[in-house]
Design a protein. Structure first.
Length: 449
């Protein structure tokens, strides 16, 4: 089969079948064709194996103990977009076939099946099993250098125009290259230009990247439907994030591409795209260790800290300090001002610990202090609070991020000067810059003599 011949490793198939004879027969067919075969005797085990091993193909019976074939299809399709599912059933009913396809199956075959039929079906579903791409970076020694590039720095809504030319008008998107990985932070409108740049860089070669979503407010995901690498079947794209407040991550990302809003559905994207809901607060992307922390922001929202071989990068685009918020709500919550301040102090200490000694911190600085007083409870930071936080955490470089849509370039300049004045007044050392669309920052550890 041409899909297998083009792959540089054994493709994986998961066979979910409670009948041992049928399962062994199918496993033998695939083993002879140099597939790596995984087997499950019921639907629950099959789902667990699928999520852990991420096979290219799943063959699934319809009537099984625990989770039946329809339930397996729905669960797998929600979490493993690129995996192809073939339901193989002895039930020759058109209504079962229609229901299976609606649940997420890609094809429905009747038992008994021959290898010739399976082969033709697999060639149609997997015309080219992607090669594992080799990381391609033009940054030199991966162990010594990490690179950050800003593609969108605004909050709330894109604001193109003459007044935002210098700092940019696109919403949240930051690219990180480190240790052979391409990591994208958020998918605001800025991700469109990032996609075009990646297409130009990679040309006909496949690319592999990981997209970390902080939360699913629209200014952080609205660019995903326009991310051109997602429309190339050669590319491998992992989308990681935490469950939304009212629906799962995959459901929310798919909803903005439903028919009333967009002409192409998420399921129709031809790239090898996988959406994974995170459960742990620490995980790895290749050699890059990632820590996450829940933010004080409406809904489920996190910030990330990436630990690379050349330094660490924190990304907290949406976060509100606790003190003024808790004081304002103290009477409603039935607590004293003293209790409110104690709670806020503990939460702030946790944030300081999370950011401690960070090389580059990209932090929410949406409001001036006067503006914040009118926006307590909106989920964003004041300028003085974020500067104070970075100083206490001994951050090396602070990037003011999530610029308010009402702030033009001159206003961002004024806020940056105010932040630098606060640093000078503190007597400490902290490099402060406003995040600017198109700007690049490199982090390099000093070479020991």
């Amino acid at each position: 089969m041409k899909g297998c011949e083009q792959s540089n490793r054994m493709p994986r198939v998961l066979i979910i079948e409670d009948d041992p004879e049928s399962r062994r027969a199918l496993a033998g067919l695939f083993a002879r064709e140099d597939w790596k075969v995984l087997e499950a005797t019921d639907g629950d085990v099959g789902i667990e194996l699928a999520l852990h091993n991420r096979p290219e193909l799943i063959l699934c019976d319809l009537l099984m103990p625990k989770s039946n074939g329809f339930q397996v299809c729905r669960t797998i399709r929600e979490q493993l977009q690129p995996t192809k599912i073939i339901v193989v059933s002895g039930r020759d009913y058109e209504v079962d076939k229609i229901s299976a396809l609606q649940a997420g199956a890609d094809e429905y075959l009747f038992k008994p099946v021959t290898w010739e039929l399976l082969s033709r079906t697999i060639d149609q579903l997997l015309p080219q099993i992607p090669r594992q791409p080799k990381p391609t970076l033009s940054t030199g020694d991966d162990s010594q250098l990490a690179r950050i590039k800003f593609w969108g720095v605004r909050g709330s809504i894109p604001i193109p125009g003459k007044s935002t030319v210098r700092y940019g008008g696109n919403t949240s998107c930051v690219e990180v290259r480190a240790d052979g990985e391409i990591i994208v932070l958020d998918a605001g409108s800025g991700i469109r230009m990032l996609g075009l740049a990646l297409d130009k860089e990679f040309g006909s070669r496949s690319m592999k990247l990981t997209l970390l979503i902080t939360h699913t407010h629209w200014d952080h995901i609205q660019g995903l439907p326009f991310f051109s690498p997602a429309y190339n079947e050669k590319n491998l794209i992992r989308v990681l994030g935490y469950e939304g407040a009212r629906a799962g991550l995959a459901t929310i990302l798919a909803s903005q591409m439903e028919t009333p809003f967009f002409p192409v559905s998420l399921r129709e994207l031809p790239s090898h795209l996988a959406i994974e809901e995170l459960r742990e607060m620490e995980f790895q992307i290749g050699k890059v260790q990632v820590q996450s922390k829940f933010a004080n922001h409406p809904g489920i929202c996190v910030g990330y800290r990436l630990f690379t071989s050349s330094g660490s990068i924190a990304f907290f685009p949406d976060n509100e300090p606790y003190e003024q918020l808790k004081l304002q709500l103290a009477s409603r919550d039935g607590i004293s001002e003293h209790e409110a301040r104690d709670f806020a102090a503990v939460e702030r200490a946790k944030m300081v610990e999370f950011l401690q000694d960070c090389d580059v911190a990209i932090l929410d600085a949406q409001y001036t202090d006067d503006e914040y007083a009118k926006h307590i409870g909106w989920g964003h930071s004041s300028l003085s609070s974020v500067v104070s936080l970075a100083l206490d955490a001994d951050v090396h470089k602070l990037l003011l991020f999530h610029h308010d849509p009402s702030h033009d370039d001159q206003m961002v300049d004024k806020m940056a000067e105010c932040a630098r004045a606060l640093v000078r007044k503190s007597g400490k050392s902290l490099d402060v810059e406003p995040a600017r669309e198109g700007a690049e920052i490199s982090i390099m550890l000093p070479v020991s003599s």
